[in-house]
Design a binder for this molecule. Sequence first.
Ligand SMILES: Cc1ncc(COP(=O)(O)O)c(C=O)c1O
Length: 467
Amino acid sequence: MSSPSFFEGNSLAARDAKSLIHSYTNLSQHEKEGPLIIEKGKGIHVYDDSGKEYIEGLAGLWCTSFGFGEQELINAAIEQMQKLPYYHSFASKSTEPSIRLAEKLLEIAPVKFSKAFFVNSGSEANDTVVKLVWYYNNALGRPKKKKIIARMKGYHGVTVAAASMTGLPPLHNDFDLPIQGILHTSCPHFYRYGKDGENEEEFASRMADDLEQLILSEGPDTVAAFIAEPIMGAGGVIVPPVTYFAKIQAVLKKYDILMIADEVICGFGRTGPMWGSQTFDIQPDILSCAKALSSAYLPIAAVMVSEDIFRGMVSQSEKHGAFAHGYTYSGHPVPAAVAMRTMELMEERNILEHVQHVSHRFLDRFAALADHPLVGEVRSCGLIGAVELVADKKTKRSFDPKFKAGHLAYLAMQEEGVISRAVAGDNMALCPPLIITESEIDEMFDRFTRGLDTVASMASKENWRDG
Ligand SMILES: Cc1ncc(COP(=O)(O)O)c(C=O)c1O
């Protein structure tokens, strides 16, 4: 890590602070403290520029499913670079890698989709989804049916429509978002929002009622779609009640509202099955995916749509002369080739079986943290989970934000050699590469727990619990 004098001389850290803007970073703190520079990676580990080794407990940003240094993916990129380093998909141009990948995605999709469209990031995927929903409803002659309902604490990215759908205030504050026509319904987090005496089933029914009330108050003929991550990631790793999505989808059906599954984190084995939609029995009309699609080795993301939606797009393109949407890099052959190889490796190496097997250890180690003095709730599914740090286990009172419990836990864990992340407050998340072994899971949790212990003793010494 950078020392307090990092900005002296011409070190990489100093050059970073002078030249780079960092995402999701306190920029004034960064000016003072500088970056952690990651130099290389191998398997589930990364190494900083002083040679210190870390377990990448968040698979980067919930994405490097095959960890670091997977030669097969590197080879796929090199081979495609040599053959055709770029081509596009505008005006009926195509490339073999993008065709093969589209076919593969349609083959493994959780429901029958008609077509896949490629973009470069999860945010672009979700912005595309919004435009497609509007375009489709115009094709159907329903110009009023345009509103999109997302959820508080949901995360869908940072571009204008995606950030609007995200239900986290820092993405809206002073960015003049959300845009009009994007609404947010209740967050299905039972631990935080369940009422006294209410069980999880009743809570799930109340969530569906809240959604229905919102639809009715807006007017069902103005609501086009509902978007949800199967498990909310950046919102704190919120695993919904078992019957939540069944109840939500019944409401959507009643009012002819499209279901959009944001599988950007949950897709490609994260929750055990290939898709979070399978884990939670979601029947999406549109699906966005990214991240583990290429194990994040190169940027690529996709949107899949139903035949009905595709037909709407066809009629619009006839009317206007073209489907006027797409990116210079949509279906770029190099990331598409890497993504295709990623999909093949998932099959060749039985990654889904592996996740289903090792996730027992992951879940057990998470469950054991429920007794930790800092932990209010443990949430996990497949190979994703989080602990929520609280000041008072009984009343669920959170720590006063001035103590920065989550941030300090993140630093303490980093010191111990595991990279976690404090998300949506004091929720410490783990989402390791899918290739992690049981013994590596043990090592990751040992380091994670030592980080929690350090913060627990700080909390006691500095009387954080007194408020
Ligand atoms: C569920 C979800 N959707 C969308 C996004 C946005 O993806 P990107 O950062 O690639 O734009 C993310 C990013 O973490 C995500 O977790």
